[in-house]
Design a protein around this ligand. Structure first.
Ligand code: SF4
Length: 347
């Protein structure tokens, strides 16, 4: 494993200059509990946890914190799979089961936020892999990270599929009293069979909507990133309607659709899955994604329009966002344009 490549910039797929970890800083651990069976954790001590997003990115944030690499949520389409190859780790099963944990992330972040060079910019989390994946239940890094951001009144946002975020609800409420906090949950579809096969390690979509509901019950606005919309599997008008209706019923303050994109690393793994589970769709996918990682713009626009119309019909929008008491939803992802690079991992 190439630990020297576990750097700020390699998180975003660029060449690395500054190593964050020394080889002697790695401890490998496994746990006997059923939920961690087959998972190997690589505990590392990071030198830095604030990652700068490459200048070319169109994302509405410049800095990210990612306490984990790899994700046991194991979404087949996850674009972050590619980043495991920078560590000489497998981007398929390896991404799902070899998890890098920056065990000192809270302390390092606190130090970096206190640096005179730090300008107090917005920090986005959950943009590469899920910070509330199952490992967080054991390592509990997020409470320390949220507390450090709160103590420095530093604005931040979290995007997650993990219901574990509810554990930290009180901390997030406290943070929102001193700074700008955004929370978004990712729910691309409701189909139970599709969920079990394509997002096998995640909480069920309904449980994620319970998170939205719980935040709402605390008077806290929570947006939904409707991602990914999977062509031919979750894009039927009736499916889109059911999903948006459920998102609205959960009290989401916004819904942002994002069509599946298949960048290298994710593409091979997804197409392998497609061949096993939906072989009749392989040719259609090859045609739809013939130009590269993104579905054609006409397709993306169609989905976006349909979802926006449904959102309007079900009353999701600015009026409802105005009801949010303290925490506003995370900045929505920009409309997909097909331009590289997109940083979200379709959480
Ligand atoms: S898409 Fe998000 S939740 Fe799914 S495996 Fe990737 S990082 Fe984890």
């Amino acid at each position: 494993m190439r630990w020297e490549n576990l750097t700020d910039e390699s998180e975003h797929g660029r060449a690395a200059d500054t190593a964050l970890f020394g080889a002697d800083a790695v401890t490998t651990r496994t746990f006997d509990t059923p939920e961690f069976q087959g998972i190997t954790f690589h505990e590392v001590r990071a030198r830095s946890v604030l990652n700068r997003v490459p200048g070319a990115s169109r994302m509405p944030f410049e800095w990210t914190v990612n306490p984990y690499r790899g994700c046991t949520h194991a979404c087949v389409y996850c674009f972050a799979r590619k980043t495991h190859s920078y560590l000489d780790l497998d981007t398929g099963i390896g991404f799902d089961s070899q998890i890098v944990v920056k065990i000192n992330a809270p302390e390092v972040l606190r130090r970096q936020l206190g640096s005179r060079r730090w300008q107090g910019d917005h920090v986005a989390m959950g943009t590469n892999v899920d910070c509330y994946q199952r490992a967080e239940g054991r390592y509990r890094l997020m409470p320390g990270i949220i507390s450090a951001l709160t103590d420095h009144a530093n604005p931040f946002s979290i995007l997650t599929k993990g219901t574990l975020i509810l554990r930290d609800l009180d901390l997030l409420v406290r943070a929102a009293e001193v700074t700008d906090v955004g929370v978004s949950v990712s729910v691309g579809f409701l189909d139970a069979e599709l969920w079990r096969t394509v997002e096998p390690g995640t909480p069920a979509p309904e449980r994620r909507l319970d998170v939205v509901r719980a935040f709402g019950e605390h008077g806290i606005g929570c947006g939904v990133l409707m991602a990914p919309v999977i062509p031919f599997l979750s894009d039927h008008p009736a499916q889109l309607r059911a999903t948006v209706r459920a998102i609205a019923a959960a009290g989401a303050t916004s819904v942002t659709p994002l069509v599946l994109h298949l960048r290298p690393g994710a593409r091979e793994w997804f197409m392998h899955w497609l061949g096993q589970h939906h072989p009749h769709l392989v040719r259609r996918y090859e045609r739809l994604y013939a130009e590269g990682a993104y579905a054609p713009k006409w397709y993306q626009r169609r989905i976006t329009r349909q979802v926006h119309e449904l959102a309007q019909e079900y009353g999701i929008g600015p009026a409802r966002a105005g009801l949010a008491r303290r925490i506003r939803p995370a900045e929505p992802a920009p409309a997909p344009t097909g331009e590289e690079p997109v940083q979200l991992s379709l959480l």
